[in-house]
Ligand binder design. Structure first.
Ligand code: PMP
Ligand code: GLU
Length: 418
């Protein structure tokens, strides 16, 4: 029998097997959607493997490599024997370095027992949802929100309350909207600034207005996801935990994936009240233990070493942001804000809805992204995954040349829609 025939038989057997056993999956997992960002990135990889010339602007991942000096730290750490389990909360020297960083960059005072290092900031968020949310508890998200916030909250049975902000609001929620969304069941507020997927950045003044609302609700835990802190084009990054009134109820989440181009290292962390850090560490200790040892050792050094490469990446992203805005503005039907951070743009495309190329009707963001993938061979992510079906997300973590080609292709495809 030929190998291809054998493969087909195995595949058919697998499909039958999975149909017979689907019901064994837990309710929670049956209802869990795959991450839309990871799904689109995988689809683009699959298309490329089939020989299609696909440009992927779907994944939020710096296209830069980890800076050389950080790789050298990791190699040295391996040679020095950092190959064993670490304390669940993280290597003491990394937790010390994080405290130094938080004081230096954010004027935040923490001690190492208030820090938990995790397997990526994604795990920090998962730890927090597990530690805080009972089924039925409400979690407030500022929409557009990062895709996984919604699904992680759903996984623990919480009720998501989304507050919507449109492109005309620069995708920023007002304090009045926040006040209206709070109920006696609200347990947590979770938002990112700079924001994935909009690139919007809340200024210190805007955060101060939220503080006025939140200080009246000391039982609401504020989770401030600052993973794009170093990719900020506005004057200054502001941390909501630096307001004394809400410091005891705030957790700051951050990590190494974006600012240090270390996505594959899987290192994130949180800083917050020690009772909550302890509970999250307990959860992590049962699920995954401490993050990888040599990565932590290198990360501790990276935080206190030369920030030049991070600054150069920031400048490159800013130039690309300007390029992308200019190119997208030449496409009829796209309305953009001017993102002040991260490396995403989130254009509103409602003017395109109802149009067709004669075959495909564009009714929503998913139709649009499917059409662009098929017609222009560019992978984007539908806004619906981020709680806003009026838009799509484009990640501009790619070279100028790739961005120019991709947006030219998108323009040609959009011009076919009447
Ligand atoms: N928060 C936000 C807003 C993100 O965009 C991401 C995606 N990287 C994460 C958290 C998770 O990052 P990681 O797990 O790679 O540290
Ligand atoms: N956070 C990135 C994104 O939004 C990486 C992918 C993921 O972890 O979902 O694309």
């Amino acid at each position: 029998m030929k190998t291809s025939q054998k493969r087909s038989i195995i595949l058919a057997a697998e499909i039958i097997h999975s149909m017979l056993h689907q019901h064994l999956l837990s309710e929670r997992i049956i209802h869990l959607k795959p991450s839309a960002t990871l799904k689109m990135a995988q689809l683009a990889r699959d298309y490329k493997a089939m020989g299609r010339d696909v440009i992927s602007l779907s994944l939020g991942e710096p296209d830069f490599d980890t800076p050389e000096h950080i790789k050298t730290f990791a190699k040295q750490a391996l040679d020095d024997g950092y190959t064993k389990y670490t304390p669940v909360a993280g290597l003491p020297e990394l937790r010390e370095a994080i405290c130094t960083k938080l004081q230096r960059d954010n004027a935040l005072n923490y001690t190492p027992d208030q820090i938990l290092v995790s397997n990526g900031a994604k795990q920090s968020i998962s730890n927090l949802c597990n530690a805080l949310l009972n089924p039925g508890d409400e979690i407030i998200l500022f929409a557009p929100y990062w895709v996984s916030y919604y699904d992680i909250a759903q996984l623990v049975g919480a009720r998501v309350v989304s507050i919507h902000a449109t492109v005309d609001q620069d995708f920023k929620v007002s304090p009045q909207q926040l006040a209206q969304a709070i109920t006696h069941k609200t347990k947590m507020l979770l938002f990112s600034s700079p924001c994935n997927p909009t690139g919007s950045v809340y200024s210190r003044k805007e955060l101060a207005a939220f503080v006025e609302v939140l200080k009246e609700h000391p039982n609401i835990i504020i989770v401030s996801d600052e993973i794009y802190e170093y990719i900020n084009f506005s004057k200054q990054h502001a941390s909501i935990a630096s307001f004394d009134e809400v410091y005891p109820q705030t957790v700051t989440v951050n990590g190494f994936s974006k600012g240090f181009a270390m996505t594959g290292w899987r290192l994130g962390y949180m800083a917050g009240p020690s009772w909550l850090i302890k509970a999250c560490a307990n959860n992590q200790g049962q699920c995954t233990s401490g993050a990888n040892a040599f990565g932590q050792k290198a990360a501790a050094q990276a935080l206190l070493a030369d920030m030049g490469p991070t600054e150069r990446m920031r400048q490159a992203f800013k130039k690309r942001r300007d390029l992308v805005i200019e190119l997208l503005s030449q496409i009829d039907g796209m309305q953009c804000n001017e993102p002040q951070g991260a490396f995403y743009i989130f254009p509103n495309i409602t003017a395109i809805y109802g149009k067709t190329d004669g075959t495909e009707l564009i009714r929503n963001s998913e139709d649009f992204c499917k059409y662009i993938l098929e017609e222009a061979h560019v992978a984007l992510v539908p806004g619906s995954a981020f709680g806003n079906d009026d838009c799509f997300r484009l990640s501009y973590a790619a070279s100028d040349q790739i961005l120019q080609t991709a947006i030219r292709r998108i323009k040609t495809a959009v011009e076919k829609l009447k």
